[in-house]
Design a protein around this ligand. Structure first.
Ligand code: IVH
Length: 671
C-alpha cells in the first residue's frame, strides 16, 4: 500500500506543472516544453487519477480543454462544447480504443475516417442565413474568444455560402500556418529583431489572436474544416465522410488527404504511411485523427468528460524534445567548412532516440534563431536527417547565456579561418587540414562516390593516422603496402583482401561518380553528371577554362570558380595525376547538353509533389538538360501538376499548356 499522502502530493505537483504549461501554451503562445513532454505529464496525471479516483477534482487540468479566453476579444458561448481528443501512442492503444468502442455498440460494422491532426488552432465558424457571422477560438471548450474579424482575413474561409446551406450552422476546423509561411514569418521577425515563434502552431495562434486584424491578414494562414458542429433547419448527411463531402460542396476547404476505411488494419496502415511521409507535408501534423464514420454510432458512443469515445488522436512518434545546450563545437567538413553543432547535456530523448549533439547549420542561422550557449533549446529529429536545434526557449533564460562567435582559427589545425564574400559558411584555409583530409577520404569511398566497401569511418582514421594514406590517390597504391596493412588493428588477411579488391574494382566507377567523389566545393551528384556529359573525361574537365564552364547552361560563376580553383591547386593536380597513373581514368560518352533527353524543354511545377521535393524535381530536370521556371509563359513545355495546385493551373489551361502528372514526370526523368 503506497502512502496516499505522497500520491496526493504528486498529483498536486503534476497539476501545478500542467497548469503552468497550459498557460504558457494557450495564453502566452510561448511554450517551455515540447508537445510530447506535455503529453507525458498529462498521461501520468490521468493514470494517477484513474487509479486514485478519490483525488479527482473538477478543476484538474484533465477535466478541461485549453485555457480561459482572453477578455479583450469578447467572449463567445459555444452552443455545443468543442471537445478534445484522447490520445493513442501505439498500435496497442489504438486497438484498445477500437475494442472498447466496438463492445459498446455490439453488432455494428464500423467505418473510419482518418484525417491528419494538424498542429494549429481549433476554430468554430457560425453561418446564419448564408453569411459568416461569428468565428471563435475553442477557449475552454464552452467559451471561446470572438476572433471573427481576424478569421475573415483568411482567404480559404468563405464569407458566405450558397443558398441551399442550412439557415444556421457551425463548422469547425483547424487554422494553421503552412511550414513555408512559418519559416518566412520567422525570418522576417528575425530581421526586425522580434522574438521568433517556436513552431507553426504558436505562430498560427499568435497570428489569429492579434488585436489588429491587419496583422493577421499579412500572415499566410490557411484552414481545413474537419467537422460540422451543428446544423439547424436542414438534416445533415448520416455519415462524417458524406458530411465532409457536403461541406466541400458548400465551398469549405477539406483536407484532400482524408480517407475512409472499412477496417482498423487499414487505419494502422494509413498512420504508418504518414509516419514515413510526414516531412513531405506542407503543414505540421503530430498524428492522425481516427473518427467513427456513422453519426448515429457517434451519438451512441457519446463522450466521457471532454473526450468523445467515437474519435481518437493516434499520434506520430515524437520528433521534438527540449534540452540544455551546454556547448557549441565545430566540426570540419570535407570542403573545409566550419560546421557548428550543439552539445546537449544531459542527452535528450526524442521518440526513443537519444540525442547528444544537434546541428546548428551556420552562424547566420544561429544569429537568426538567437541560440545562445547555456540556452534551453528545442531539438528536432526528422526522418533520416541529423537532429537539429529548432530554437531557444526564451522564457528559460537566466541572463547567464553566452552569444556564440565563430573562431578565427581552425580548431583542428590552427590555420586561418576565411569567409568568402557572399557565402554563409566559414572555411578552414588549409587544404591539408587533417580533419578535411579525413572527411574527403570518407566522401571519396562513400556509396555515392567510389563506393569502396570495407573502408568506413574507423578504417579511414587508422589509415590516415598510420600514414599509409595521405590523400585519396594513395588508396590505389595500398596493395604495395600489404604487410603494413596486416599489422593494423582489426585488419586480418580476409579484410585486407576485401579492401584491396574493392579498391581495384572501384577503378571502373563511371566518370560522374568520380567527379562527385573528388569533393569539389558546390559539385553535387547532379552537377557531376552534367560535367561528365559535357567534358567526357577528367583531363578535359581539368583543363576547362572558366568561359567554357560558364557556357554550360546550369553552371554559374560560383561553380565555375570552384572547379577552376580546385584543379589549379598543386596538391589536387598531383592527386589527379596519381589517380590516372593507377588506372582511375574513366571516360564518358560526350554529348552536347542539347542531346540530353529534356533539352529545350521548359518545366513549371505547381502544387505539392509526393515522391520528392520541388527542389529535387527541378534539379533532376536540369540534370537531364531541361529548364525549370516558376511562371507559365507561352514557352512553357509542360506544367507538372502536384497535389493542391495553385493558380498556375488555370493560367496553363488558359494558354493551352500541356500538363503532366507527377507519375508522368517520373517516367520522363527515367525514375
Ligand atoms: S476533431 C471531437 N479533427 O485536435 C473531435 N481535431 O484534441 C474534436 N485537430 O481541438 C476534434 N486536426 O484543434 C479533429 N482533423 C482533425 C483535427 C483536429 C487537428 C485538433 C483540434 C482539436 C484537437 C483535439
Amino acid at each position: 500500500m503506497k502512502d496516499l499522502a505522497q500520491i496526493k502530493e504528486k498529483i498536486d505537483q503534476l497539476r501545478t506543472t500542467i497548469n503552468h504549461h497550459n498557460y504558457r501554451y494557450y495564453v502566452l503562445d510561448s511554450p517551455e516544453i515540447s508537445d510530447a513532454e506535455y503529453d507525458l505529464l498529462m498521461q501520468e496525471l490521468k493514470q494517477l487519477e484513474e487509479e486514485y479516483p478519490q483525488f479527482l477534482t473538477p478543476d484538474s487540468p484533465t477535466q478541461r480543454v485549453g485555457a480561459a479566453p482572453v477578455e479583450a476579444f469578447g467572449v463567445v458561448e459555444h452552443p455545443r462544447p468543442l471537445l478534445s481528443l484522447g490520445n493513442a501512442f501505439s498500435q496497442e492503444e489504438l486497438l484498445a480504443w477500437y475494442t472498447r468502442a466496438s463492445k459498446l455498440v455490439a453488432d455494428q460494422q464500423f467505418k473510419f475516417v482518418c484525417e491528419h491532426k494538424i498542429d494549429g488552432l481549433a476554430v468554430a465558424l457560425t453561418y446564419v442565413n448564408g453569411r459568416l457571422t461569428t468565428g471563435a477560438t475553442r477557449g475552454d471548450g464552452f467559451r471561446g474568444e470572438n476572433i471573427t474579424q481576424n478569421l475573415r482575413t483568411i482567404r480559404s474561409i468563405p464569407l458566405s455560402v450558397p443558398k441551399e446551406a442550412p439557415p444556421r450552422f457551425e463548422v469547425r476546423g483547424e487554422v494553421f500556418l503552412p511550414k513555408a509561411g512559418f519559416e518566412k514569418l520567422n525570418q522576417e521577425r528575425a530581421e526586425e529583431g522580434l522574438p521568433l515563434f517556436a513552431n507553426p502552431r504558436n505562430a498560427a495562434a499568435g497570428s489569429v489572436r492579434q488585436l489588429d486584424p491587419r496583422i493577421t491578414a499579412k500572415r499566410p494562414l490557411d484552414i481545413y474544416i474537419y467537422m460540422l458542429g451543428y446544423a439547424e433547419g436542414k438534416a445533415p448527411p448520416p455519415t462524417h465522410w458524406e458530411t465532409m463531402e457536403y461541406l466541400k460542396s458548400l465551398g469549405f476547404k477539406v483536407n484532400p488527404n482524408n480517407s475512409l476505411f472499412a477496417t482498423i488494419d487499414q487505419v494502422e496502415q494509413y498512420h504508418q504511411s504518414w509516419v514515413e511521409r510526414r516531412e513531405s507535408l506542407p503543414y505540421e501534423a503530430d498524428g492522425i485523427v481516427v473518427k467513427v464514420d456513422s453519426l448515429e454510432l457517434q451519438r451512441q458512443l457519446g463522450s466521457i468528460g471532454h473526450e468523445p469515445r467515437w474519435a481518437i488522436a493516434y499520434k506520430f512518434p515524437a520528433v521534438q524534445g527540449t534540452g540544455y545546450l551546454k556547448e557549441i563545437k565545430i566540426s570540419i567538413g570535407r570542403t573545409g567548412t566550419l560546421n557548428p553543432y550543439a552539445v546537449l547535456e544531459p542527452p535528450v530523448s526524442v521518440g526513443g532516440v537519444t540525442i547528444r549533439t544537434a546541428a546548428l547549420h551556420n552562424e547566420d542561422d544561429i544569429r537568426r534563431k538567437d541560440i545562445r550557449i547555456g540556452d534551453t533549446v528545442i531539438v528536432q529529429r526528422a526522418g533520416e536527417v541529423i537532429p537539429e536545434v529548432v530554437g531557444p526557449i526564451i522564457g528559460k533564460r537566466t541572463g547567464q547565456e553566452k552569444i556564440f562567435t565563430m573562431p578565427s582559427y581552425c580548431p583542428v589545425c590552427g590555420a586561418e579561418v576565411i569567409k568568402p564574400e557572399g557565402e554563409v559558411m566559414y572555411y578552414c584555409s588549409n587544404a591539408a587540414c587533417p580533419a578535411q583530409v579525413h572527411e574527403r577520404l570518407e566522401h571519396f569511398v562513400s556509396r555515392g562516390g567510389m563506393d569502396i566497401r570495407g573502408i568506413g569511418e574507423s578504417q579511414s582514421a587508422v589509415l590516415l593516422k598510420e600514414g599509409l594514406v595521405k590523400n585519396v590517390a594513395d588508396l590505389y597504391y595500398l596493395k604495395e603496402k600489404r604487410e603494413q596493412l596486416l599489422k593494423l588493428e582489426r585488419m586480418a588477411e580476409k579484410s585486407v583482401n576485401n579492401i584491396l579488391e574493392a579498391i581495384e574494382k572501384s577503378k571502373e566507377t563511371p566518370l560522374p561518380r568520380l567527379i562527385f567523389a573528388l569533393g569539389i566545393r558546390h559539385i553535387g551528384e547532379e552537377m557531376a553528371e552534367i560535367l561528365a556529359k559535357h567534358f567526357g573525361s577528367i583531363d578535359r574537365l581539368q583543363n576547362a577554362h572558366k568561359d567554357e564552364l560558364l557556357s554550360i547552361p546550369t553552371v554559374g560563376p560560383k561553380i565555375a570558380d570552384s572547379i577552376v580553383g580546385f584543379f589549379k591547386a598543386e596538391e589536387n593536380h598531383r592527386i589527379i595525376e596519381r589517380l590516372k597513373k593507377a588506372g582511375v581514368n574513366p571516360k564518358a560518352k560526350r554529348g552536347k547538353l542539347e542531346e540530353l533527353p529534356l533539352a529545350g524543354m521548359e518545366f513549371v511545377i505547381t502544387g505539392r509533389l509526393e515522391t520528392f521535393s520541388r527542389q529535387e524535381a527541378e534539379a533532376r530536370i536540369k540534370a537531364l538538360g531541361g529548364t525549370a521556371k516558376s511562371d507559365i509563359t507561352k514557352k512553357t513545355t509542360y506544367l507538372v501538376v502536384g497535389a493542391e495546385p495553385g493558380s498556375k493551373l488555370a493560367h496553363a489551361q488558359a494558354l493551352g499548356t500541356k500538363q503532366l502528372t507527377e507519375a508522368e514526370l517520373l517516367q520522363l526523368l527515367g525514375k
